[in-house]
Design a binder for this molecule. Sequence first.
Ligand code: AMP
Length: 171
Amino acid sequence: MEKLKKIIRDVPDFPKPGIIFKDITPLLKDPQSFRDIIDAFAEQFKNKGIQKIVGIESRGFMFGAALAYQLGIGFIPVRKKGKLPWKTVSQSYDLEYGTDTVEMHADAVETGECVLVVDDLLATGGTAEAVNLLLKKQKAKVFGFAFVVELEFLKGREKLVHHNILSLVKF
Ligand code: AMP
């Protein structure tokens, strides 16, 4: 995982001043690194009764879809408001300034279905917490969360108590 840490690119002041953006595109471009990530997730989450992967737009789709394929289970996209074409359920959450909303299709998960949430990065945990609430509303069983990167100093993990949380690279 040290190799992964090195390959992730820091982009200062993106998308706004003061933010150091963790750019995972060099990692996606490197076939061995991409494979190492999916293999590590699959090893951790195989044979756990997980029935669907829930990927968070948009970088969660890249890792989540590959993991769903590897585990031989279905994939559910969670998107920003207004992107999904059919009937949706939604959950709003607070940002530093204002709010944002995540949505999924109303028939995406079955009652009691066991799901794993995947995203590229855990920062403050606001997004993952909103997805967790959305899934709870739909009566899914949230097995846990998988992230490629965790920014530990932002303490996002504290918003996701009582869950299995895996992050492969910690800063
Ligand atoms: P948060 O809700 O604060 O945990 O933010 C998580 C979401 O924002 C994830 O979907 C990340 O892709 C994105 N994100 C937040 N901070 C960063 C960062 N420093 N570098 C890259 N992506 C980030």
